[in-house]
Ligand binder design. Sequence first.
Ligand code: ADP
Ligand code: GLC
Length: 481
Amino acid sequence: MKLLFATSELAPWVKTGGLGDVSAALPVALRAAGIDARILLPAYPALKAAFPDAPLVASIPPPGPQLYGAALRAARTPEGVPLYLLECDAWFDRPGNPYLGPEGRDWLDNGKRFGLLSRVAALLAGETSPLDWRPDVLHCNDWQTGLAPAFLHYLPHGRQAPSVMTIHNLAFQGIHGRDLLPELGLPESAWSIDGIEYYGYLSFLKGGIQHADAITTVSPSYAREIQTDHDGMGMGGLLRHRGDRLSGILNGIDTAQWNPAADPHLAAAYDGKHLAAKAKNTAALRAEMGLADAPQMPLFGLVSRLTNQKGVDLVAAIAEELAELPAQLVLLGNGELELEKTFRALAAQRPHQFGVRIGFDEGLAHRIEAGADIFLMPSRFEPCGLNQMYSLHYGTPPIVRATGGLADTVIDDSDHAHGNGFVFSDATPEALLATVRRAVATWHNRKAWQALQKRGMQADFSWTAPARQYLALYQSLIQTQ
Ligand code: ADP
Ligand code: GLC
């Protein structure tokens, strides 16, 4: 079976969040399961630098007078996954974040940029592909490739592969003006409530949800939540309508990149049988962040995009109480300027208890997962979430809100046989604080704490099982074609 995985991020080269991690790990697991999985993504500067000699394998002419043509270059990751790099320097040769300009705002031409990515994904899935290699299934991810199933629907070219649309986050829908429609070369017939029109705008994600042969999201709970008006972010009705095609497949984690027994970013290696060495990472993290060397206090860790989704404001709201417990906190994140400011101010007030790093730092993310005693992830919504699984795997029990993938991976400590963390329901500072207090009480009971840590570390969060579920889905699409 041949699979084309179309994405806008790929760790370690281009990553703003979990999509980069999933794009790096899932195709590797699919290849291990016997699928010829290949990745299509834009040739951003980081990829051009990583693969400077990638040969040209196809030229793609511009679809209209106002539009750019593109080229495809072939490369291969160190793990052996073939890449098709979509080269169009006018759209993709921009440094930094793939979606945002230097001022932190979306690039104004994102519709054209990811319209091209979507169009080329569809092209490679059909009979008129310029490549000899033709996928049996096209797998699209998030709005940036969401228009590909719409291109296949409105501009079919003979035999073409069925498509899967995976929603990693319904909050990002790729909403653009109507004027983009002719610019993308899509026909007027696409402009309908059964097409890509969405309250007077053009929605990339709606195009994918409407026209893909299967829709998945990244946890079973999120698959249920997004079919409600409350959590459907305006798409609940459509997702219910397509409910027979929608399923939730829980993400895995890349246990080669995230393994406390062999993680080059850590001060000391450890595993479930040698938990004592974890304390060395805690001491090193305190030193790195300039915190007091105070092993009698629990050290909370948080790594996150700083947005309303992640509920990090709830942590800021209980900062005083946290300090008085007493406890320490290490936070790594970037995002909304107000939240960045709030956490910087907290660190300035209590430099020995709160260590804050605003920015994106892969190594520090690993050191927090390993060094913290308790991980905080109080998300308002969370399609899957990878950090809580990293923390479970690193023996750092997480505190999570019962939503989406967090609810599917974390079991509350009150279940003495299966508990691996702490779960609360209300997105309020009070509910978070009560759970923080509960976690700290358990932390002071060394025996109970170790049992909790070990249960988290023993679980299998690898991609093996999810890859099998994707394989079964792809097979079902090929059979019903
Ligand atoms: P989301 O994709 O919604 O941001 P996930 O938990 O699925 O949430 O994935 C986030 C990924 O991004 C994790 O690998 C996490 O470690 C990483 N990450 C988030 N913020 C930072 C940061 N500031 N520095 C380094 N890594 C980060
Ligand atoms: C999104 C979600 C996150 C998920 C990730 C990878 O960014 O916010 O919950 O883990 O995608 O699927």
